[in-house]
Ligand binder design. Structure first.
Ligand code: IMP
Ligand code: MG
Length: 175
């Protein structure tokens, strides 16, 4: 059981909004004249994706993939598989993957390899948060929102056992 008192705000909704605007400016600038395909990694990145795309002034398309790596536990199993692939053909597209958090990097590097095999015109990563202290696989993050400390975080799409995705802020879950 997790109690409300274990939540501590580390990134407020206002800070998130400012950062989403900053990322959107960078993406708008870099993808001028292109029609990017944004691929949101379910479920954690859906809130971020929804806010981000409304500030993108581009003829973009979007799709979703679902990757399984975490069970109910807070530790990555190290095993990753694509549970639901993108329905939109990736070949020849300018693909921008939208992720909630890069932790060990195992999940996203697996997904980037998987997408790269489908021969997109370009492949970049936009991550809301990064936990660099936990990295086990090198992952280049093209657009990054926040670096976060080595603590479990929830809110703004991120969950603990499917709870707290609806929090407007990003919070740490204290033991
Ligand atoms: P990785 O493979 O270790 O990089 O883990 C990536 C996935 O684990 C993310 O896409 C999240 O779904 C989940 N995850 C990792 N750290 C956290 C966290 O602090 N809070 C919530 N989910 C997390
Ligand atoms: Mg995720």
């Amino acid at each position: 059981m997790v109690f409300q008192s274990q939540l501590k705000i580390i990134i407020s909704r206002d800070q998130i909004a400012k950062t989403v605007t900053r990322l959107a400016l960078e993406i708008n600038r870099d993808y001028q004249g292109k029609q990017p395909l944004l691929i949101s990694v379910l479920k954690g990145s859906f809130v971020f994706m929804a806010d981000l795309i409304r500030q993108l002034d581009l003829p973009l398309e979007l799709d979703f993939v679902k990757v399984a790596s975490y069970g109910a536990a807070r530790e990555s199993s190290g095993k990753v598989r694509v549970v639901q692939g993108a329905k939109t053909p990736v070949k020849g597209r300018d693909v921008l993957v939208i992720e909630d958090i890069v932790d060990t990097g195992i999940t996203i590097s697996f997904l980037l390899d998987y997408l790269d095999k489908k021969r997109p015109a370009s492949l970049k990563l936009c991550a809301l948060t990064d936990k660099p202290s936990r990295r086990r696989v090198t992952v280049p993050i093209d657009y990054l929102g926040f670096s976060v400390p080595n603590k479990f975080i929830v809110g703004y799409g991120l969950d603990c056992d499917e709870k707290f995705r609806n929090l407007p802020h990003i919070c740490t879950l204290e033991d």
